[in-house]
Design a protein around this ligand. Sequence first.
Ligand code: MN
Length: 322
Amino acid sequence: MSNLDRQAALTVCGGRGFVVAEPVRELLSPRNVRLGESTEVRRLLPNLGRRMVGAWAFVDHYGPDDIADEPGMQVPPHPHMGLQTVSWLHDGEVLHRDSTGSLQTVRPRELGLMTSGRAISHSEESPRPHARFLHGAQLWVALPDAHRHVEPHFQHHADLPRVTGGGGLTATVVLGELDGALSPGTTYTPIVGADLALAPDTESRLPLDPDFEYAVLAMSGEVYVDGVPVLPGSMLYLGCGRTELPLRAASAAGLMLLGGEPFEEEIVMWWNFVGRSGDEIAQARNDWEKGERFGEVHGYDGARLSAPELPATPLKPRGRVR
Ligand code: MN
């Protein structure tokens, strides 16, 4: 999906100063953001209290929305740079088109992974006809300097490895590795993303890597993460230094575990771009506006997105989280 915020701020993220080295329980509240006419999302990252978790730099949770009589998701062609996008659905479907020629319907618990590398453009829409409910998450992963100029490409993986722990826990490995199970999606930093399905009235323990920092996004159900109730649409930041995570579900629940080695490079995020300087961001914006570098998306019924104005004040100095 796209960041459709017309007042997009330049944000500096990453760097060791943001990372909490020990286990913490820090509840992150979502910010409601409208995407186009019919979709409202809850934005968890970047958040006032926290900007990244490992290389995860952007998290939107949307739905479940009843779109039976609506167009649903309609995100026109727009550019990306310096990141990967992960589309993850619990209900509904999203039709993805991009400038490398991809045309792919992504369905619940299938991985749609787009690596922008130096430049890509894409559109995302609810196909016609579509399922009644749309529920999912859109996540971005920042690419490290060594790989941020790779060739753009799109991967679709319908068959992802599963880990079944005791206590009614089923984990689907979306990206990276969890408990020895490895997602086929290409990664560029030590990272994990996993979908956690919990059976009602169960307790379980999820094995973690103490060198990673983690957060859990609640998508549905009544769930307690390390004892903390986390409502759907909220995220609990967990810090580093954990070898396992206690989970309790009072009802059937769906979560996403996001984690990774702390991302030590400082990055600059603005609109749909990740770069290393304000000048690089401005160049990318100009290239998109001139119709250069980001290729063309074919088949989308509508005009492409134009970039918002860059803020008049240049880069916000980086502040500590708290
Ligand atoms: Mn996008």
